[in-house]
Design a protein around this ligand. Structure first.
Ligand code: TTP
Ligand code: MG
Ligand code: MG
Length: 436
């Protein structure tokens, strides 16, 4: 025998999957508070039209002519000079609200007039997309310096695979989550909330548990205590229509969903959605964290609370349509893309879908241009039927500066993943204006 035989190396057991979902707190509002730190702690809502800073500065110059008010003085504007919600008239909706404003019951998608009744003293500011985009990039690049496997899920949220990152397993991910939270705050001045869990599905719910500025760690064995008591609607993929149907069967919580036989769910919700409902209720989700590749198109779509008619619900439909165009434009701008093909998608009340698109001369990321072209597409479809879903897409993308080189890769859509083979609804990550 010539010495000991080295035993074959056994590969180390894979670490348990730890996935984080990170979401910035009151994002658009927090971005404004960076500019106006004097508003910290006050109820502030974001919504309405364009920036009116110049108006404020003009009024200040009038009130305090002895001072030389310039753009750099924004943080010195007295709080009294800011526009308030009180007396607001118009059709605007709230994009987001600071946490102090939320205590008055105001929040995303609420009409500004309704909000003005609940919290007249709230300060009303418009969104600054340029700044939102800058901060969005900044917080994501901060994360990437620490944890390389990150999936971009929109302007203010990402999934991060903690599994193999140093600190990613310590205290279930809390150590790494703290580091990321701190680094983002240092880089941007804005807080975020993080949920760390065995998968994306649970992480997404967990990031909301301790908002704002919170961390929440969920273990597989927490399913019963932390997940099952939640309403089904908290599952990313259970939209208002599916929720209504579930409620009709007396299923209100995820636990009640988990108690149903998979066969029963399949019978009532179709093969793939029924199966998916069963899986998610048991906290199962194997989806990987997908890192960025170049999108070929970007789209936004929404399923209405109730089916809308092009003539009878013209105003509502128009408002949602405009909003979708603004959101797509926002997405394009946030990622630095512009596109040449503008298209729409409609789903009628009988679930039949149609799409139309148009290719224009020059690339655009402008909401008004997208709205105009998408509006022309809308004229080319049958509008006599009621509509349950409306979507807007911009394709043939380029990154300006690399004009001519079209992006190739996946298609980025903000509608979501659950299979849709049945009369269940797609879900959008974003709310849409109240339609009542
Ligand atoms: P959210 O993350 O849903 O909300 P938020 O960051 O304002 O607040 P939270 O602390 O609860 O996370 O959305 C991120 C940003 O996206 C939000 O600041 C404004 C914008 N937004 C819309 O434009 N339309 C919408 O319907 C919603 C919900 C958000
Ligand atoms: Mg957020
Ligand atoms: Mg978000």
């Amino acid at each position: 025998m010539l010495g000991a035989v080295t035993p074959p190396a056994t590969p180390p057991a894979p670490l348990p999957r730890r996935i984080a979902h990170l979401d910035m707190d009151a994002f658009f509002a927090s971005v404004e508070l960076l500019r106006y730190p004097q508003l910290k702690g006050l109820p502030v809502v974001i919504g309405g039209g364009r920036r009116r800073e110049d108006d404020v500065l003009a009024r200040l110059r009038e009130a305090y002519p002895e001072r030389d008010w310039s753009d750099g003085d924004l943080s010195r504007i007295p709080v009294d000079f800011f526009p308030r919600l009180s007396g607001y008239t118009g059709r605007g909706v709230i994009t987001t609200a600071t946490y102090p404003a939320r205590q008055f019951g105001v929040g995303s998608a609420m009409g500004l007039m309704k909000a003005a009744k609940l919290c007249p003293q709230a300060i009303l500011l418009p969104v600054d997309f340029d700044e939102v985009r800058r901060i969005s990039r900044l917080f994501k690049s901060t994360i990437l310096e620490i944890a390389p496997v990150m999936e971009d899920r929109g302007v203010d949220e990402v999934y991060i695979d903690f599994t193999d990152v140093p600190g990613g397993q310590r205290e279930g991910g809390r150590v790494l989550a703290r580091l990321i939270q701190k680094s983002i705050f240092q880089a941007t001045g804005i807080t975020c909330s993080i949920g760390v869990a065995p998968n994306k599905l649970i992480a997404k719910m967990a990031s909301e548990f301790n908002k704002p500025n919170g961390i929440s760690i969920v273990w597989p064995e927490d399913l019963e205590d932390k997940i099952w008591p939640l309403p089904c609607r908290k599952v990313n993929g259970v939209g208002p229509k599916a929720d209504e149907k579930l409620q009709g069967y007396g299923i209100h919580t995820i636990g009640e969903l988990a108690a149903r036989e998979p066969g029963w769910l399949i019978e009532h919700f179709g093969k793939s959605y029924g199966h998916w409902l069963h899986e998610v209720s048991w906290g199962r989700d194997q989806r990987p964290v997908v890192t960025e590749s170049e999108p070929v198109s970007m789209s936004r779509e929404t399923t209405f609370e109730r089916d809308l008619h092009a003539v009878r619900d013209r105003a509502e439909l128009g408002a949602v349509f405009t909003r979708l165009c603004e959101q797509v434009a926002g997405d394009l701008n946030a990622k630095g893309y512009a596109g040449k093909t503008i298209g729409i998608k409609l789903r009628y009340d009988n679930f039949q879908s149609v799409t139309r698109d148009v290719t224009i001369e020059t690339h655009t990321a402008d909401a008004a241009t997208i709205r105009r072209q998408a509006g022309l597409c809308l004229k080319r479809v049958d509008l006599s039927r009621r509509i349950r879903l409306l979507g807007v897409r911009v394709g043939k993308l380029v990154k300006p500066g690399t004009e001519g080189e079209e992006a190739s890769g996946y298609s980025e859509s903000h509608s979501t993943r659950p299979p849709k083979d049945k009369a269940t609804d797609e879900h959008t990550d974003l709310l849409f204006p109240e339609l009542d």
